[in-house]
Write a new protein. Structure first.
Lengths: 201, 219
């Protein structure tokens, strides 16, 4: 035993407890999180008091930007592949494996069929950059939107259609989309909105 | 990173001699671990959307031609037509349209004192009923399922108004959603989105002319 013992306190803090907490939080976030989908255009959805949550799977989301460009997204990659093939058949186009793979990893798609091949040949970063300039044609002359919806429906009968449009989108654009859906007998769909505080009575 | 530490605390310092005996204690430094976890948490927090978006379910009339005589007629006394026009303007009229009488058109607003007040006044019974049911539900007198089905019945009652929403091309999506939202707030079970007709547009125009309002850009 030493005679003189300098009482020096250690500056180390026990981080075990802290680590426990962080791991717990991390686990929570990892389990509850759903990743934000990358969308080509920023859309501010209008608010509503509706409290129905959107189901997680089997969603065909129709994204409409203020200028009226239409994009689609599907949550299952198998559906995406089948849809692409069906649409390709309609337009007499076949896709190579590389093109299908390139299409499969896209979160949102919306390129006219005439540009589809050239678009799929591009690198992923470049695709994201120019996707927002396209959009699926949806007018009476060239209604590719209808073909997409029809093909998606044929590849997955349980799909729910959800429309996500910007607040400032003119009604004429929405009307076009709704009319196309109506022509396909898709009469039940959801409108995605954000939550509004409960309105005062 | 684990370190064996002697109780004199001096990590790399030379000891001043003396005792050779050490009290060994095992410390694992968790600081880097915590750092890394914090980083991951930050990443997950930023990359995720915790709140799922809300949705509104709508059912549109199907395109199939209804056979003559089988279509459901709306009682004129119970019909309310709402016209959504550009620049957040909104008009309504009740009953059968009187296309040559601009005074039949009433302007209103999206605020709670506007459209909502009018719709609530036309739908008093159903609103009361629905409120009572909701109260019962929160008091646990009835289950959610019964409440939902009863609400549906109350909303679809014979005396409830039927609202026809017609939006002009220059109205925006927010207007439409706001109007649909009012239907929900005012417990209106029967409503439909119907394409606007030329006569409706002319009615808005003649109303604006009669009241010296700036003309809407209606095609």
């Amino acid at each position: 035993m030493s005679k003189v013992k300098v009482a020096r306190k250690s500056t180390l803090i026990d981080m075990t407890a802290m680590s426990d907490v962080t791991v717990l939080l991390l686990t929570f976030f990892m389990l509850t999180s759903t990743f934000v989908k990358k969308e080509p255009v920023q859309v501010a959805t209008p608010a509503s008091v509706s409290e129905i949550k959107i189901p997680e799977t089997n969603i065909l989301q129709v994204l409409i930007d203020p200028q009226g460009k239409v994009f689609l997204s599907l949550d299952k990659q198998a559906d995406m592949v089948n849809t692409l093939k069906a649409v390709g058949e309609e337009y007499k186009m076949t896709f190579t494996d590389a093109e299908i793979r390139s299409f499969m990893i896209q979160k949102t798609f919306g390129v006219p069929m005439s540009n589809m091949k050239a678009f799929l040949a591009l690198k992923a970063a470049k695709q994201d950059e120019i996707l927002k300039d396209y959009g699926i044609p949806n007018d009476s002359l060239d209604n590719q939107f209808k073909v997409w919806i029809k093909s998606a429906r044929s590849s997955n009968a349980d799909l729910r259609i959800a429309i996500k449009a910007d607040m400032a989108t003119p009604y004429s654009v929405i009307k076009n989309v709704m009319n196309s859906l109506q022509d396909l007998n898709e009469n039940k769909y959801n409108l995605i909105t954000s939550l509004k505080e409960v309105a005062e009575k | 990173m684990a370190q064996l530490e002697s109780n004199d605390g001096g990590g790399g310092k030379k000891k001043k001699g003396g005792s050779k005996q050490k009290k060994m204690s095992m410390h694992v430094d968790f600081t880097p671990m915590v750092d890394m976890n914090m980083l991951l948490i930050t990443f997950f927090m930023l990359c995720t959307s915790l709140s799922k978006p809300q949705t509104m379910e709508i059912t549109m009339p199907s395109n199939d031609k209804v056979q003559q005589g089988q279509e459901s007629k709306v009682k004129a006394s119970k019909a309310i037509t709402i016209l959504l026009s550009g620049k957040d303007k909104i008009y309504y009229f009740t009953g059968e349209p009187k296309y040559n009488d601009p005074t039949s058109l009433n302007p209103t607003t999206y605020k709670s004192a506007g459209l909502r007040k009018f719709l609530l006044s036309r739908n008093v019974d159903a609103v009361k009923e629905v409120e009572k049911l909701k109260k019962d539900k929160s008091d646990k007198l009835i289950t959610k399922e019964t409440c939902d089905s009863l609400v549906k019945i109350a909303k679809g009652g014979k005396e409830t108004p039927t609202v026809i929403i017609k939006a002009a091309d220059d109205a925006n999506y927010k207007n439409l959603v706001d109007a649909l939202d009012e239907m929900q707030i005012c417990s209106i079970g029967k409503y439909a989105i119907v394409p606007i007709t030329k006569q409706d547009k002319d009615l808005i125009k003649s109303y604006e002319l009669a009241n010296n309002l700036p003309l809407s850009n209606l095609k």
